[in-house]
Design a protein. Sequence first.
Length: 371
Amino acid sequence: MPGKLISTLSHWLLGSRPGRRERALLTLLTLAGYMTFALLQEAEVRLGYIDAKDSHWLTAYNLGGSLLFYLLVRTGWSERLSPAEPSMTLVQTVHGIAAIVGSYAITGPARGAVLAILVLVLAYGMFSLSVRQARGLAVFALVALVAVMAWKHHTEPQRYPGWIELVHLAFAVVVLAGVSALSVRMGLLRRRLREQKQALEASLEQIRVLATQDELTGLVNRRHMMVMLGAELARQQRSGQAISVVLLDLDHFKHINDSFGHQTGDAVLRAFAGGVSSSLRVSDVLARWGGEEFLLMLPETGQKDALHCVQRMRDALARVDFDAIASGLQLTFSAGLASCEPGESIEAVIELADQALYRAKRAGRNCIVSA
């Protein structure tokens, strides 16, 4: 029961969306920090170090602003107001700096301790802000502190003597310079990690492509085609639809390599793949099976419709202009077709298509033979 209550409360406070949940938790912890700060400030009021009215105004600013940020993040409005940075870290840090500077102005004798909290405020955005933003915040904090120190020394010189303010200013300069330098290092580290992540993603995408596609033609490779055939066969067991498989072999391709060279042969393979692919349906899959041999998978297609599909490929190939590759070059293919009925193995059907292709070659090539 307690576990369920905690889970319900967590869902109510943080939500269920992963990214928003983490951001809501962070802003909620920040709100808790401001509440702790308010309690310490109230203790100083009781001790007579801080004026009660000033303290209450500052507490209202701190808690009101922090609560507003939490609500913006929790409801998702921060994603609309700041799509690039839905945590609103920059604005929250500016709010925090203003709170610390305000606290310095009213705290009195214990104001030196407030400067230490400024480090926490600046560190809040260290892991997400850019180098330029981090430096800008450090400058903003320093300028705001100098302005408050000068104002308080001018209006309350006995409570804010000049030499103490100079010591505090020197301390603030050292702290802000150190935080700024650390922010620069963190920014460079984040950029390096981002570049490494992009390089890794590019490498993984290249590996995925090499694992599934033929590098020369861009078609599905033999290994991935076997995976797709297996998946289609499993789907066929449920649907009961036929699958047709066609093995195609480019006629006299060795003569093209011998006469024009292997680079021309590679260009012919690419032109064939590009030329016939446009005649296929979205569900059809053409793979480079090896050398100048290709395998075509036609889901939910019987032999009659498969013959029409191969004929469309022949027509599409006849429209390809190979003169740009080699003058006078013409290309045809022979095809062996077989259909896989439910219960048959893909290997057996490919063997039937291969036998039909052999008969097409013996029949004079440039033809289609069904198993």
